[in-house]
Design a protein around this ligand. Structure first.
Ligand code: NAD
Length: 286
């Protein structure tokens, strides 16, 4: 029997409605994005995020630099946003041009405004299992798994990919929910030996149709993060669509993980705004 598709488009729209309602209740929510250079895909992502933030009723500030911008200029813009009380969330679009030190720039973002969850402070808090701002893609995947009531406690979860923005935070979120987690990567030997054990399989690789039906356990939940450019404008996932015949649940590409990511970045902005407002009214400690 073909898998049930996890509808990220519908759930993403629902999350965006929830975000808009939360924004309406708060006095003001502001998001700023910083983009450096002229990478076409990055411009599209930033435009989508800006539009989604505006539609949710947020103030959306769009800061753009040419590829010639110096590190000091970008750091100065980050410092301005950090100090600006009207802005709750700041997102620096990656990748940055090669002459900029990505680690230095990420570390300059105020952790409480880091809606991409990539500052070492937030990554560390996630590692320790403490509440924090978490990258939108794995957060959206957790939301989807919960919406469809996929059991995680004691489940065997396999994550393919170990990037800081998807694979690693994904593994930690699954671990927090008491799954038994295996992380596979480019040096993993005999990938299918691991994937065939997975009750929940997350592919975040960037390799079109890497996961084939013979690598998937019958009845597994398969989450496809991959967004690979196929011929023309077609987007291909990391999972072969034929896996639908073996899985019980599967995310489509497009319309699965992608629409959840932006929705969760907006949700993170609301979370950041609430935390900042709560901190502003809390009595000073001694
Ligand atoms: P990345 O290049 O930073 O990481 C890829 C990971 O895959 C690495 O950890 C590497 O070890 C692993 N890998 C590479 N080849 C492998 C192989 N043959 N077997 C096993 N592991 C292998 O990529 P990323 O930023 O994590 O993104 C992964 C994919 O997800 C890309 O297609 C990207 O476009 C997509 N993506 C989608 C969204 C979304 O919203 N849908 C968000 C972020 C990333």
């Amino acid at each position: 029997m073909a898998a049930t598709l996890l509808d990220g488009k519908a759930l993403g729209a629902k999350v965006r409605e929830e975000v808009a309602a939360a924004v309406a209740e708060l006095d003001h929510v502001g998001l700023a994005t910083i983009l450096v250079g002229d990478d076409a895909a990055s411009h599209i992502y930033i435009d989508l995020k800006q539009k989604a933030a505006t539609n949710a009723g947020m103030e959306a500030r769009d800061i753009k630099f040419t590829g010639a911008a110096s590190e000091e200029e970008v750091l100065a813009a980050i410092a301005d946003v950090n100090a600006d009380d009207a802005i709750d969330g700041l997102l620096v679009q990656l990748p940055l041009p090669g002459h900029l030190d990505e680690n230095r720039i990420i570390a300059a973002i105020a952790p409480e405004k880091d809606i991409d969850g990539i500052h070492p402070m937030n990554a560390g808090r996630l590692y320790l299992g403490r509440p924090t701002l978490v990258p939108g893609t794995p957060l959206g995947i957790m939301r989807m798994l919960d919406e469809y009531e996929i059991p995680l406690e004691g489940a065997r979860a396999v994550v393919i990919g170990r990037s800081a923005i998807v694979g690693k935070p994904m593994a930690h979120l699954l671990l927090q929910r008491n799954a038994t987690v295996t992380i596979c990567h480019s040096r993993t030997r005999d990938l299918s030996r691991h994937t065939l054990n997975a009750d929940v399989l997350v592919a975040a690789v960037g390799s079109p149709h890497l996961v084939t039906p013979d690598m998937v356990k019958e009845g597994a939940t398969v989450v496809d993060v991959g967004m690979n450019r196929g011929e023309g404008k077609k987007v291909l996932g990391d999972v072969d669509p034929a896996v639908i015949e073996r899985a019980a649940y599967m995310t489509p590409v497009p319309g699965g993980v992608g629409p959840m990511t932006i929705a969760m970045v907006l949700e993170n902005t609301v979370t950041a705004a609430k935390l900042r407002q709560a901190a502003a009214v809390a009595p000073a400690g001694n």
